[in-house]
Write a protein that binds this ligand. Sequence first.
Ligand SMILES: [Zn+2]
Length: 222
Amino acid sequence: MRKKIEEHQYEEGLQECKRWLENKYDGLTENKEWNDFGLKDIHISKSGFSSGWYGQGSPKRMNGKRIKIGLRGCDLTSSYCKKLEYLTPIGGIYVHRYVGYKHTLLHELTHLIQYIQQRTYSEVETTKNELEYLLEIEPRYEHQLISYEERKRQELKKKEWMDKQKELKERTMVEIEILKYMKENVSELLQPEKGELDDTQKSLITEFCKIKDPNVVMNFDV
Ligand SMILES: [Zn+2]
């Protein structure tokens, strides 16, 4: 995916998002705060991942800017809002950085509108706008969006897979320990006539054989 944003595109993208929102919300174009809001109020971080809206005064490092856009986080679009009829798949959707920039900006600008128009602060509204906008400018992403039920299914499958991986990893660690032990004690284990195998040795040999065949049944009474 293309990661380059031309210098002039920052302003173009902002204007595009503002026009889109002005069509949607009445009264914006008569609002001074909205009209004055520009790139000067946005902190664009080329190395940052996170984006956000700072309604109640911005942190010091932001020098009074109200919106932060972390460009590296813009490459991957992901939404999780079960109140909406569509969501992104569990791994998100990769988009061109410029598309991601506009898409993120639209989300944060919606927070600005909530602030200006004293609407309730809501992530449903921002996410809804964001996805609507994305589908409008990039309709080819429509087929990638999924329902909440499908997203739940994906999450469950992912969890199952991860549990399985964890189990396999733990099993491997045990096997490594057994192999180490066998290597260090091979001479003793190969000469049982020197004495009876103790329980630890028996279980280790059993575990060792299970590596090759998980169903093996050991008999030490020969
Ligand atoms: Zn938000």
